[in-house]
Write a new protein. Structure first.
Ligand code: FES
Length: 372
């Protein structure tokens, strides 16, 4: 067996056009990915999975092609591929050995261990043994720094001398430990020639319903508690013609925004609910508006509560709004019931004032529980 470097393991006859040609059979799935996410860069992880599904690993030109689909720079796509070690940057083998080369493991001897493994397997990191049993790959931090140099066989950690994933405090991977595992796996492969020589790890999640912020997508987290629903922010208001318009900014995944009003900033009641999907505009965060009318001279408080499917966000900050009559204004105020004192001057049987926002000051929404 001869040693090869990572550059040599890249298919010499593969071109960017060749990648595009092989991936053309996945075009419908790629179109669907692009449709379901608010921005193209959000497709990158899944497009890389598709590359791995097609090739069995992610060659450099596959990364470059995925970058083109996701409209990110190739170096960005490469950094993503490096970070997520489930993307194989080495052709697949029956067992995939990963050794962490990041600094914590470096100072615990990862280079010496890699050199030992290369010698033991007769290959350089970034390549596969001729019998297709072992691929050897350098990876970045595997979050097992305390037992470094960290080594994984497929997705299992060498954490102890005998069993995979058997964590022992203060234990550090030794050359003898990986040797024992390699011998054991070779023996198992010899005893089971029927085993597949290639472990096809990973693949796209076929039944994903898409990012909740994407048009027509109906996705939701598997667990309701997975992530808090993002609250509405930037609550603001303006007034004219006797009408109060309240604005709030919502995240793309918001499926309903409820506006609430209070006379005292303590007890709030729902005064309206908006379905953001009815608002035209590009995918992404949206500004939702709600129109309301209140008596002149009154102070009211508004807040907004975002819903993302079944998840309900914490209420937004509240704003206080005081309306006042401005008889000098020439805009028409058409509230039906106004007393003479509040209405301003008469004009052809109609009351004519301008309801303006005298003050709209933000108050914190996170008031004591009793106030909500
Ligand atoms: S630095 Fe190697 S596992 Fe963290």
């Amino acid at each position: 067996m001869s040693k090869v470097g990572i550059a040599e393991v890249q298919p010499q006859d593969l071109t960017l056009e060749g990648v595009a040609e092989r991936m053309s059979k996945h075009q419908a799935r790629i179109d669907e990915l692009v449709r379901r996410y608010p921005v193209k860069r959000a497709t990158l992880l899944q497009v890389l999975w598709l590359i791995q599904e097609e090739f069995g690993w992610v060659p450099r030109l596959g990364i470059k092609w995925a970058a083109g689909i996701a409209e990110v720079s190739p170096v960005h796509a490469f950094a993503v591929t490096e970070f997520y070690t489930m993307y194989k940057q080495v052709p697949p083998a029956r067992w995939h050995i990963r050794v962490c080369q990041t600094v914590n493991c470096l100072i615990q001897g990862s280079e010496a261990l890699i050199a030992h493994l290369e010698e033991k397997l007769g290959i350089a990191c970034g390549s596969v043994t001729e019998d297709n049993l072992f691929a050897l790959e350098r990876v970045e931090c595997l979050a097992a720094c305390g037992n470094g140099p960290a080594v994984q066989i497929d997705d299992e950690f060498l954490y102890g001398p005998e069993e995979l994933n058997q964590h022992e405090d203060g234990w550090h991977t030794q050359a003898a430990d990986v040797d024992r595992w390699i011998e054991r796996l070779r023996a198992e492969a010899a005893a089971h020639p029927e085993w597949e020589t290639v472990d096809q790890l990973g693949g796209i999640i076929l039944d994903s319903l898409g990012h909740p912020g994407a048009p027509k997508a109906s996705g939701s987290p598997n667990q309701e508690t997975y992530a808090a629903a993002p609250p509405a922010i930037n609550l603001n208001a303006e007034g004219a013609n006797g009408k109060i318009t309240v604005h709030a900014l919502i995240a793309p995944e918001c499926s309903k925004l409820v506006f609430e009003r209070s006379d005292d900033d303590l007890g709030f009641s729902e005064v309206g609910a908006i379905d953001p999907s009815t608002i035209k505009g590009p995918p992404g965060p949206k500004t939702v508006t709600f129109d309301d009318r209140v008596d002149i001279g009154k102070t009211v408080y508004y807040r907004a509560i975002a819903h993302s499917g079944n998840r309900v966000a914490t209420p937004s900050s509240s704003i206080a709004i005081t309306t006042e009559a401005r008889p000098e204004a020439d805009t028409e105020y058409n509230l039906k019931v106004l007393s003479d004192e509040k209405s301003g001057k008469e004009n052809g049987g109609k009351k004519e004032v301008n309801a303006d926002i005298a003050q709209a000051s933000e108050k914190t929404a996170n008031k004591e529980e009793g106030k909500k």
